[in-house]
Write a protein that binds this ligand. Sequence first.
Ligand SMILES: *Cc1c(COP(=O)(O)O)cnc(C)c1O
Length: 349
Amino acid sequence: MYKLDERLAKLRPAVAAPNECRIRLDANESYKNLPDYMIEDIKEMIGKMEFNRYPDPFAYDLCKGFADYYGIDAELVTAGNGSDELISTINANFLNKGEKMVVVSPDFAMYQFYGELNEKDIVQVQKREDFTIDIDAVIKACNDNNARLLCFSNPCNPTSLGVVKSEVRRLVKSVDALVILDEAYMDFWDNDQSLIQEVADYDNLIVLRTCSKALGLAAVRIGFAAANLTLTTVLKSVKAPFNMNTPAQLIGTGLFKYPDHLRQNTKEIIESRDRLEKNLREMNETKHIFTDILPSNNNFVVVRTPDADEICRKLREKSISVANHHTFIRITVGREWENEAVVQALKEM
Ligand SMILES: *Cc1c(COP(=O)(O)O)cnc(C)c1O
């Protein structure tokens, strides 16, 4: 008789099915669909696709489009089926069962999820009360524990705070662990704070990017890892050979044909986020619902409150979904009317 391993029997899916809310500001997606001319372009490319052939295992055209957009060498780029897949692949293959990995808390939950799944030994470093990271404490945790991997997001989901480049450099240089620097939201902060253009200078750095946030392609599942040639060769060797399907490669390649559109679009999302943040602050000055509103570097605004559960429940009654982190709430910037609706709903509380 087959007996399921107890560790597996206890698992539940990490992500819930999409909810039915009228206003969904809980998943940090872009609120803008692709423009019609790009959709037409994509349809034409897919129409010419050879459905019977395997995809390019290295997604070369896609990686080249990405590399040109960020001014890096395409040889140092690996594409993944979402950066999620890359987090999973690196975690599963770059350290052995029982080896230590360091995460900071709070941070993106998937690092720990894959760590636990792959039976890695997780060391958590708490962030400070104001959600900033004590870089020296992270360095110490890595070195004292002989950690083989350190993962963190910059700027951070879910706190929206960023660590400046000089500090990230110091961190990467001060540890022997491999560092996954997840820059999923860097486009919303400042690409000058990114280490993506200097990955070749480190033996222990993998920078992750995604098409799901600023680039508005969450449906298609495209992420990238940039690293030196040695790490890139390993990553390309351990990933599933045909991890990127041809439609995704074509769509992503099509997207990067319009760099001006992508930059302009990102700028507009940042402007709406700034308006959302400002409107939340104005509302809070009279209503005092939140103890703090954090300065946003992402496509969401973080508000802190001990009443997060109740506020999220009341918003849900109005068919508005936001991300409840229990001591704080993460509100993704949406379309103008959605942002107004959430501020209005909070005003009425
Ligand atoms: C959304 C998100 C990702 C994921 O992206 P996919 O490319 O869609 O898998 C990765 N890291 C962080 C921190 C995110 O918030």
